[in-house]
Design a protein around this ligand. Structure first.
Ligand code: PEP
Ligand code: MG
Length: 956
């Protein structure tokens, strides 16, 4: 305790003896008590709590090793809410993203490593949470700390907020721990008023000063007070018309002064006034940024991105530097590598004589970054040097914002750059080759989402559509997308809800469009560069995007667009090639992707780290082949019933079985089904040579196999098929219909009622295995009983399987190794795991049903309320997507432990949908399951997630 206090004491700055000022913190160390008392007096403090010069202070006396130490410390704030930064000095660092947001933490880090960053301070994310929980109030102690941060900023930059001679202007920006580009608010040029603008005119020119002032009036009114931007635009237009000019920058000083007056009148007309005091402006702007955390668009973005668990946004208040001070100034954004392809080249854009927002908004077309080498060579050289330093420091590709003010480069932001899947994989592979990162680090640099992007289809033949290309835009986000044209975010969302793929076509996108962008297969815009809103968001999501398509004329009112002389209407198909920027009329055929090149190399590293095996859910030899190509180490689930849907003959045989009223007729129908099943199983054994193949016996309610439609028509069709009368068919259908089929006549209940079903299926599996083995294939069939809740159910089915196996082996004169195990998907089965494991040779958690029955949520009806539960924060994730760690997870954990205690070495896996979801894979890895099984296309994702889970677990 004492040493902790001493540490506190020694951290503080020594007080200058005799000083009557109030140091924020002061420590005096003296040998004796009397010296201490003297020092205390000299410092202007007396013992205990007191107020000096309006600051709350306290003194402490600590005795240690015969020394007396006295500290006079200005009472430290209960919580540090403001972190100052300037070149060479910063209170925070890159590890503090949760506290300072990504932007604040990285600004602090750049200052720490000595880069030229305009000074400022960051208000913590915790303040955002406090702000909202106190009904939108900025706490007093935070405001005091902001004033201290401002004083330090003024000192560091040598200018003062509100000073008429030497004014400091500020930017106020958001920045959460996870980047949410463009979703929250920003205020620029803060600190101007009628007097300061005069001072700024003297310092930086009248035109620049009044242009900055009118921009600030517009932005402050719009962002902070909610006055529509259009009202300012109308005033600007009116002055332009009166002055007879076309462009904003043609307005002279007098014109700009008129605009300023007109803008101030907008405030008055809206029943408010523009706050002249820069401190009031600063407080209101910080509050507005905190408010924007709860704006609809920010909430939608968090929902789409699955961003949860954050306290809020941080707010960074920073000295403004100006890229719009003439031809030696400029502003830009760049990436240290190409975020689309991963190539190691400087990639980005800049504008001379412009402010940062001009680049992102896509209003002026920016220049490629390489040209900066000619226009501002010194700044370009500094930028390249800084970029190299940052890549090495962060061991990752960086996304950078910079401004050049009168030839001097300032770094405004750096963060780990968003990238496409292809870019991520290439960067990871090349950074290992360059020696920048090691392989374990490289494996963590590619997200499962990146791999997912690469597993999306590509165009089958890029030369096939040459005659249908309407035009070419910028290849802003790669991939291939095909869909019907939608002109608004809401239309795109409607298409998605109706299951129709669509392409969102806009003049340019704004944060309001994110819902529609998420719903669309791809995005096409007429305006905007490679770093426009559309491009950045689409790349982050791995969505194909063609931006800045010159010549594209969008007519929202008519719901058409025209490009290359062709007019396309809403609802008509187009295709986008995000690799080339081509816009194609019609539907271009797509093909599945392959794992080769960099991806092949990367995936080969991945497998060295994981212990969790990855199997696939596949029902046909074709799916099994895809699964193997994607690296599946076996089949974890064949839903054997799916085999009946692939052909008229098969479904007809199945329907005869369902309609059968006697054991004989059912057996006869089953014998028709057997050859289909046997052939399919044989194909799957071949595709999975040497790997386990887990076949589940029939699971779904029988009426699912009957045709849809009008009852009389179905009855007529079934009567013709089976030879029964229509009345008999109706009776049978009525007998099969259930109030709650998901909890009804399904799973092992079917084959316990009709044992001949289990008999036929076991025969088909084992005959196929014997045949495959005879053809030289190494087979490992695992036969799985579905939906048991009791040991007796399992034993009933196991007995049939084993008896059938004995018969088949006798008939074939050979045998194959096989196991009989069970799905654990009813909570009672999980509870009885120890008992069940005495008979069952393996467990596979059917987490779809286990989630359904543990929560009591019908799998088929969750769409009505889960989105609301997620929105309200009642659920953090949809439990059918991400395993419910606390509840369902507890059952899995307990059943695994008890099952393995009863049968050491019991094989345990998962075959529900969560088996391919990265957070769930991490959980299953932690629980030491043997495998997860997921759809063939998700196998590489699960492999990477399993490797990352293992690396993380090893690190912990
Ligand atoms: C499950 O319930 O998790 C499962 C894999 O089975 P099905 O989805 O076929 O019910
Ligand atoms: Mg199930």
């Amino acid at each position: 305790m004492l040493s902790a206090q001493l540490n506190t004491v020694f951290k503080h700055t020594p007080c200058t003896t005799g000083s009557k000022g109030v140091p924020a913190r002061a420590t005096v160390v003296r040998r004796t008590k009397s010296y201490a008392a003297y020092a205390v007096r000299k410092c202007g403090f007396s013992s205990g709590a007191q107020t000096v010069n309006n600051k709350k202070c306290r003194t402490r006396v600590i005795r240690s090793s015969g020394r007396v130490k006295v500290s006079c410390i200005a009472a430290p704030p209960a919580v540090k809410s403001v972190y100052f930064f300037s070149k060479g000095r910063s209170d925070g660092d890159a590890s503090m993203k949760q506290v300072l947001g990504g932007k604040g933490a990285n600004l602090a880090e750049m200052c720490k490593i000595g880069l030229s960053v305009p000074p400022g301070f960051t208000i913590t994310t915790e303040t955002c949470s406090k702000y909202h929980s106190s009904g939108g109030q900025l706490p007093d102690e935070v405001w005091e700390q902001m004033l201290e941060g401002l004083a330090l900023t003024e000192e560091a930059f040598g200018a003062k907020l509100g000073d008429q001679e030497n004014p400091l202007l500020l930017s106020v920006r958001s920045g959460a721990a996870i980047s949410m580009p463009g979703m929250m608010d920003t205020v620029l040029n803060l600190g101007l008023n009628d007097e300061v603008v005069v001072g700024l005119s003297k310092k930086s020119g009248e035109r620049f000063a009044y242009d900055s002032y009118r921009r600030f009036l517009d932005m402050f009114g719009d962002v902070v007070l909610g006055i529509p931007h259009e009202l300012y635009e109308q005033q600007l237009e009116a002055v332009k018309v009166a002055k007879g000019v076309q462009d904003d920058n043609e307005l002279d000083v007098e014109g700009l002064k008129e605009v300023v007056e007109a803008y101030k009148q907008v405030y008055v007309d809206q029943g408010t006034s523009f706050p002249l005091d820069p401190l009031d402006q600063m407080k209101a702007a910080a509050s507005a940024v905190f408010n924007s955390w709860e704006s609809d668009r920010a909430k939608v973005y968090r929902e789409v991105e699955g961003i949860t668990g954050l306290l809020g946004t941080a707010v960074t208040v920073q000295t403004m530097v100006f890229g719009n001070m003439g031809e030696t100034s400029g502003t830009g954004v760049c990436f240290t590598r190409d975020p689309s392809t991963g190539e190691k080249i400087l990639y980005g854009e800049y504008l001379i004589n412009a402010q940062g927002e001009d680049v992102v908004a896509g209003i002026r077309t920016p220049e490629p970054i390489a040209r900066l080498a000619e226009t501002l060579p010194e700044a370009f050289a500094s930028l390249c040097a800084n970029n190299a330093l940052l890549e090495e420091h962060y061991q990752d590709m960086q996304d950078i914002e910079f401004t050049v003010q009168d030839g001097t480069l300032y770094m405004l932001q750096c963060r780990s750059g968003k990238r496409t899947g292809a870019g991520a994989v290439r960067m990871a592979v090349e950074m290992v080759d360059e020696g920048l990162v090691d392989i374990p680090k490289a494996v963590t640099m590619v997200t499962p989402g990146h791999i997912d992007q690469l597993l999306h289809p590509q165009f089958e033949d890029e030369s096939s559509y040459a005659d249908s290309v309407l035009g070419t835009g910028l290849p802003a986000s790669p991939g291939a997308a095909v869909g019907v044209v939608a002109f608004s975010a809401s239309d795109a969302e409607e298409c998605k809800a109706a299951g129709i793929p669509c392409i969102l076509v806009r003049v340019e996108t704004s944060p309001e469009d994110v819902g529609g962008m998420s719903a669309a297969e791809g995005v096409l815009t007429a305006r905007g560069g490679m770093t426009s809103h559309a491009a950045v968001v689409a790349r982050g999501w791995g969505k194909t995007c063609v931006s800045g398509c010159a010549g594209l004329q969008v007519n929202d009112a008519e719901q058409t667009f025209t490009l290359g002389g062709i007019t396309v209407r809403a609802g008509e198909y187009i295709s986008l090639n995000g690799n080339t920027g081509e816009v194609i009329v019609g539907k271009v055929p797509l093909i599945p992707p392959t794992i080769s090149g960099d991806l092949g190399k990367f995936m080969s590293w991945v497998d060295d780290f994981r212990t969790l095996k990855v199997l696939a859910n596949a029902d046909t030899p074709e799916d099994a082949a895809v699964a193997r190509a994607n690296g599946a180490e076996g089949i974890g689930l064949i839903r054997s019933e799916h085999m009946f849907f692939s052909g008229e003959e098969r479904i007809a045989a199945m329907r005869k079985m369902i309609m059968a009223n006697t054991t004989e007729t059912r057996k006869a129908a089953l014998m028709e089904i057997l050859p289909f099943q046997r052939d399919d199983f044989e194909g799957i054994f071949q595709a999975m040579d040497g790997f386990p193949v887990t076949v589940r016996l029939l699971d779904p309610p029988l009426h699912e196999f009957l045709p849809d439609g009008d009852l009389d028509e179905i009855a007529a069709e079934m009567a013709a098929l089976t030879g029964a009368t229509e009345d008999e068919v109706m009776d049978r259908m009525e007998a099969l219909s259930e109030v709650n089929p998901m909890l009804g006549f399904r799973g092992c209940r079917l084959a316990i009622t009709y044992p001949e079903i289990a008999e036929m299926q076991a025969r088909a599996i084992l005959e196929a295995a014997c045949n495959a083995q005879a053809a030289g294939v190494v087979v490992q069939p695992d036969i799985m009983v579905p939906l048991i809740g009791t040991l007796q159910e399992f034993k009933h089915q196991e007995k049939i399987v084993r008896a059938t196996a004995a018969q088949v082996f006798a008939e074939k004169g050979t045998s194959v190794p096989y196991r009989v195990g069970t799905m654990i998907e009813i909570p009672r089965a999980a509870l009885m795991a120890a008992q069940i494991a005495e008979s069952a040779e393996f467990f596979s958690f059917g987490t779809n049903d286990l989630t359904q029955m543990t929560f009591g949520y019908s799998r088929d009806d969750v769409g009505k309320f889960i989105p609301i539960y997620l929105h309200e924060g009642i659920l953090k994730h949809d439990p059918f997507e991400v395993i419910d760690f606390d509840g369902v997870g507890q059952l899995i954990s307990m059943a695994t432990k008890n099952g393995r205690a009863a049968r050491p070495g019991l094989k345990v896996g998962v075959c529900g949908e969560q088996g391919g979801e990265p957070l769930s894979v991490e959980f299953f890895n932690r629980e030491k399951l043997d495998y997860v099984s997921c759809s063939p296309f998700r196998v590489p994702i699960a492999r990477l997630a399993a490797a990352q889970a293992a690396i993380k677990a090893a690190g912990q």
